[in-house]
Design a protein around this ligand. Sequence first.
Ligand code: ADP
Length: 278
Amino acid sequence: NTGRIYAVSAAPMAEGGAVVVLRDITRLQQMERTQKEFVANVSHELRTPLTSIMGYVELLIDDGNADANMTAQSREFFDAILKNAQRMGRLTEDLLVMAKVDSGEQKINPAPVRVAALLQESIAAASGLLKDDARLEIAAMVDTEVMADTDAVVQVLSNLIENALNYGRGAHGSLVVMAAEMVAGPPSMVKFSVRDFGAGIAFEHRERIFERFYRADKARSRESGGTGLGLSIAKHLVESHGGTIWVESDLGRGSRFCFTLPQAPARSNPLPDEEQAS
Ligand code: ADP
């Protein structure tokens, strides 16, 4: 054991036997680790100055609202500074989550949780994004429990809702339809889905949008103010629960993002609060 890491590839030869090639990738792995640590440190260091920029701009905007002499142009510039600082804030937060994922620090703690509670919490988390012409509906909801880390699953669902609202906007505003249905087992899983009626996603992008920073439509995505990390974080979180995530899309008619989570084992004794509730 030399402490070195090798990539092994083998090819069989026509006359029997095989060629085995060893490549020393120790340095490559070290470089990758250094790069990931660098990203984590930079994101962390950017947090404090960004919070300060946002705080001061918010004060200037408040002052401006009270000051009749403030020009419309100054107001517009302050709004642009705030919007961009908020966007950088989202990016640093997402980069920090990615760094935690890479270092194995991002732990999830699945416990039995009701499907209804997950849907309700996600809708509440995304409600700030709902504009007047947007509607959110629940088409189907199975009455059961899944094994889930509530915070993680709410992050996944609210991210999908946010994307559906951003990219699913049609001529008549946006409609987002959610559902949670049983999938025949074993193992018994619950399938969550978030459907929109927007432009949809071309076939060649359907796998790749779950990669870090991959964007199907660069101009439109940048406009949306997102970071390009949402779906890769969602994929990691779903897979850490033992589930899978995918997208079905009809180009021009919208997309349906689906993911599965394991159903919680049936309990013989209901919890005391459930007894009270019934
Ligand atoms: P972001 O939205 O911040 O760009 P995401 O990882 O959430 O990053 O999404 C990656 C890309 O997938 C988006 O840039 C967009 O091109 C595409 N996408 C995601 N959700 C939808 C959707 N509901 N409809 C159409 N395209 C989508």
